[in-house]
Design a protein around this ligand. Structure first.
Ligand SMILES: C[S@@+](CC[C@H](N)C(=O)[O-])C[C@H]1O[C@@H](n2cnc3c(N)ncnc32)[C@H](O)[C@@H]1O
Length: 925
């Protein structure tokens, strides 16, 4: 269940008559507990999972302790729940007591409490969302109207499409979206005195339409028509008296086609329900983000639960420009002239989000700037002064029609709310209607549109007159506005999509931007296009840009592809936020891991590097430089290198079979082959792929030297297998594979084999392990191509690979598959900066590696997966690793590093020196 569905279930529960016996179970059901879970809680005796020690109590482990009590006992019962030993033992997150008249609850982790009448407890559903695995967002908790409105409108939308399927077609989708935008405007307007009287819209619909909804479309069409007629033309328009009460709205929100879909009785009920909500408190940023999912079939199920929280949006906007405006405000104090200058400056600032969705970044930027302006006006004694900040300075591009509609509406609503808040209701109303004609959100593909035309360089004008707000072609790319010259801030959360997931059209978008500028652009994430366009834009005008992005653009191979062309435009990273979870309302914390990167051509200013500390707080560091890996170090770019220049061993790929499984044997296969043909034993070796390395699975493979082929193929089972390999390779689509059909007794690609032993490292490994998975195997084992290998390498090489230093280097310079580490010999091992190692250093490191292997041995037969599970890592093994890190880090800097940041700064400094002095043999890109 998502938050909208939970809100609906809780609202239903609050309306039912109170049943003391049933309440705890119906409550838990509303929060997405399965019937089997509830059955087990309900059952008495042995199988029961209810561990409550309070009379009438229900205690669900790791979740909640609920007790229903007698009247007026709620406070005392809550105390008893808090003091109950069972509450602590079961690690309950919440306690809740109710007598059916009132309810009190506490979040035991945060200490927050909730008290409400029983009938109103649904208002507090946000408080309980963690019970359904949804980490709450403050604004939702405080103001659940956005979730409610989304739920009601979603029901209406789905019901309307069911009875008007043609409105869901490509041709009519825009009409449907436009219709929904009109409804939302009316709901908001009737609750905020924009329409005269209380609930004018919903009341009129309720009164004028038939109960079965049959004429509701006509009533709505008449109301919409009324709002398109200026007051001076009303008589001629011949409007019925009940429609004449609606004001002229203009902005052409209501112009053009007033066609309305047909309403079933159910749709009518949903419409009236939506209208009964109090839309005054709507948050245009949150609501907009949620509602846009309604019109998107692929996202409708999530109902906008990927909504971006305001604190996260501020992580982009504050360092980009809002912090500076606030600092200027502080500096100005009560100095009228300085305050005036700041106000003038703000009136010329343009904020541009070229993937604006429903406009949440723009809305927040607008609201924050209005807040600062209001403070200026207060200090200057001009509280009622009309705002100097034009809404049209908050520009956006959005590819989806409905989201673009909502973005404009959200900004209009935000402007009205800000006017009410800062200047008072009367002033706000006086200037609100009619709406302006300007069109400043462009519907189109941001990677194909010319940003300079949409947000022209300051000081130059651009022609294109938008003659109405909602009906002009949405893909217009040139807009005429006052353009006095000021600063432009580009921001947003553009779409991320890895190269394998991009559509052909998206690939073509990237090609248009990057081809000829950087090789390897096909590997870039889609979001890279926004950074490049922002950098190009910044070469024409005074702009700074910051986007949320996937962390992959600042890791591994993408760094060397994306950042050199950006740096060629003289842009630097001014601020960045290292990886963090982009929280939203999706259940079970499904937020993605993201970074924020801010760029501009301002080379002088101090750079700000933000990160999330272990306690979840944001840490800020002022540094001299931030490099494209988001490290406070010089701007180096780590490039694949085809060799190591410092005496370390060569790391090679494992061997590639391309055999369709025919050269492999399970233990049973091997035993049966050997028992039938004892001399087959010499053609069989142990095989080590990724699973075998991490989980110690035992597998075998046929390993036949060329000179033994004839002899080996005399064994029918071996012959059968090699024939199959030949068949498979001969039929391969890959031209390089087909010739290998001539030697089907061998792996297709044999890199090397060991004389004595090999060090093996897995190519992909979980980021949760604190050390990279490396093992030592004998020469009787063949290494597969899911691993890298160092053949007959001195053991001190292993000490380097399993070090924390190497772990942070790989995590930063190699590719990540989602979060997992994808090891690379050329990018990770060959580039790893290692100081000169004396013979003594090597001996010390060898001993450290031996101790790690011995510690593992002591836990035989535990696998690498068992031993390196961070929750269960044995103390002696951890100690051996600590010793290894201590020894190695002393070689680097004479002491342990304080943290990973310091490790990376050192490694990048060394890498910069290493590449300067030409030690790293760079591979051609
Ligand atoms: C991650 S969302 C961010 C939207 C909004 N700021 C938020 O936080 O909800 C990315 C937005 O970019 C839009 N988008 C995707 N491709 C686009 C393109 N080529 N041009 C313009 N917008 C695009 C999507 O429709 C979506 O609304």
């Amino acid at each position: 269940m998502n938050a909208v569905e939970i809100e609906e279930a809780v609202a239903d529960l609050a309306q039912q008559s109170f049943d003391p016996q049933e309440f705890p179970f119906t409550f838990l059901a509303a929060f997405d507990n399965k019937p089997t879970t509830i059955k087990r809680l309900r059952s008495a005796g042995k199988g029961s999972t209810n561990s409550s020690d309070i009379p009438g109590g229900v205690l669900q482990r790791n979740n909640i302790h609920i007790a229903v009590c007698d009247e007026a006992e709620v406070g005392a019962t809550l105390d008893a729940l808090r003091a109950s030993p069972a509450t602590g033992k079961a690690k309950a997150k919440f306690i809740l007591a109710t007598d059916g008249r009132t309810m009190e609850a506490e979040n035991l982790a945060s200490g927050e409490t909730m008290a409400s009448s029983f009938a109103d407890f649904a208002e507090h559903f946000g408080f309980f969302l963690p019970l359904a695995g949804i980490s709450t967002v403050r604004e939702i908790e405080d103001n659940p109207i956005d979730v409610r409105a989304t739920g009601r409108l979603n029901k209406l939308y789905v019901e309307l499409l069911q009875h008007n399927p043609e409105w869901g077609s490509d041709e009519r989708r825009h009409d449907m979206n436009h219709f929904m935008a009109r409804l939302i405007f009316c709901f908001f307007a009737e609750d905020t005195d924009i329409f005269e009287g209380v609930d004018l819209f919903t009341r009129t619909l309720d009164q004028m339409s038939e109960r079965d909804g049959s004429n509701l479309h006509q009533v709505l069409a008449t109301i919409f028509r009324a709002m398109d007629v200026p007051h001076g033309e009303r008589d001629a328009a011949n409007l019925p008296r009940w429609a004449n009460r609606f004001p002229y709205v203009n902005g052409n929100l209501f112009s053009g086609d007033t066609d309305v879909p047909w309403f079933s009785q159910m749709a009518r009920t949903y419409l009236v329900h939506a209208g009964r909500l109090d839309w005054r408190a709507i948050n245009p940023d949150i609501f907009g983000s949620m509602i846009q999912a309604v019109a998107d079939e692929s996202e409708r199920g999530s109902l906008g639960m990927h909504y971006t929280s305001v604190p996260n949006i501020l992580k982009v906007l504050n360092p980009l420009f809002l912090d500076d405006l606030r600092a200027q405000l502080d500096k100005a104090g009560d100095n009228g002239r300085k305050l005036l200058n700041l106000r003038k400056r703000m009136a010329r600032i343009r904020v541009f989000d070229p993937a604006c969705g429903s406009g949440n970044f723009l809305v927040i930027a607008y609201k924050e700037m209005r807040q600062i302006e209001a403070e200026i006006n207060r200090r200057r004694g001009e509280v009622e002064r009309r705002s100097d900040i034009p809404l049209t300075n908050f520009r956006g591009i959005e590819i989806r029609d409905f989201a673009a509609e909502i973005a404009r509406l959200a900004l209009i609503i935000a402007e009205y709310q800000c006017d009410v808040r800062h200047r008072g209701q009367q002033e706000a109303l006086r200037e609100f209607l009619p709406l302006s004609h300007d069109n400043w959100i462009t519907c189109g593909n941001a990677l194909r549109l010319d940003w300079l035309a949409i947000c022209p360089p300051t000081g130059s004008g651009v022609k294109m007159n938008a003659d109405d707000l909602f009906e002009t072609p949405l893909d217009q790319a040139e807009i005429e506005f006052e353009n006095e010259g000021g600063e432009t801030y580009i921001c947003g959360n553009p779409p991320y999509r890895g190269s394998t997931w991009q559509t052909k059209a998206q690939k073509a978008d990237l090609k248009a931007i990057f081809e000829g500028r950087t090789r390897g652009w096909k590997s870039l994430d889609y979001v890279a296009g926004w950074f490049m366009k922002a950098a190009d834009y910044g070469t024409h005008t005074n702009a700074a840009s910051a986007f949320v992005a996937t962390n992959s653009i600042c890791q591994g191979q993408q760094v060397a592809i994306l950042w050199p062309p950006i740096m060629a435009t003289e842009h630097k990273i001014n601020f960045a936020h290292t990886s963090f979870k982009w929280a939203n309302l999706a259940s079970h914390n499904a937020g993605v891991t993201v970074i924020i990167v801010g760029i501009s051509r301002d080379a002088e200013s101090k750079k700000h590097l933000f990160s999330t500390g272990e306690d979840g707080n944001m840490l800020e560091n002022q540094v001299d430089n931030i490099n494209p890996y988001l490290i406070a170090a010089p701007d180096v770019i780590v490039k694949s290198s085809y060799g190591v220049a410092d005496g370390r061993s060569v790391m090679e790929w494992g061997n590639k079979p391309t055999d369709n499984g025919n050269l492999f044997l399970t233990k049973t296969d091997r035993n049966s082959l050997v028992s039938n043909h004892p001399h087959a034993d010499k053609y069989i070796k142990k095989f080590l792929g990724a699973q075998e390395l991490i989980h110690k699975h035992l597998r075998y493979c046929l390993w036949i030297n060329d000179e033994d082929r004839t002899d080996a193929e005399k064994i029918p089972e071996i012959r059968r297998r090699t024939e199959k390999v030949a068949e498979f390779r001969a039929a391969s689509k890959a031209a390089q594979t087909r010739p290998a059909a001539a030697f089907p007794h061998r792996f297709r690609q044999i890199q090397s084999t060991a004389n004595k032993y090999s060090l093996v490292i897995s190519r992909v490994s979980s980021e949760n392990r604190e050390y990279l998975p490396v093992d030592l195997v004998g020469q009787d084992t063949i290494i597969g191509d899911r691993n890298f290998a160092l053949y007959d390498a001195p053991l001190w090489n292993m000490a380097l690979i399993v070090s924390r230093l190497h772990w942070v280097w790989i995590g930063t310079v190699c590719v990540r598959l989602e979060m997992r580490f994808s090891y690379s010999n050329t990018l990770g091992w060959n580039t790893f900066p290692v100081p000169f190692l004396t013979e003594q250093n090597k001996a010390d490191l060898t001993r450290c590696a031996e101790n790690i292997l011995l510690a593992r041995e002591a836990h035989f037969p535990a696998t690498i997966a068992d031993l390196y599970d961070p929750e269960k890592m044995p103390d002696d093994l951890r100690h051996a690793h600590e010793q290894n890190d201590e020894t190695l880090e002393r070689i680097y800097i004479g002491r342990r590093f304080k943290n990973d940041t310091e490790r990376l700064e050192k490694l990048f400094d060394m890498y910069a020196q290493m590449t300067d002095s030409g030690q790293a043999e760079s591979a051609a890109q």
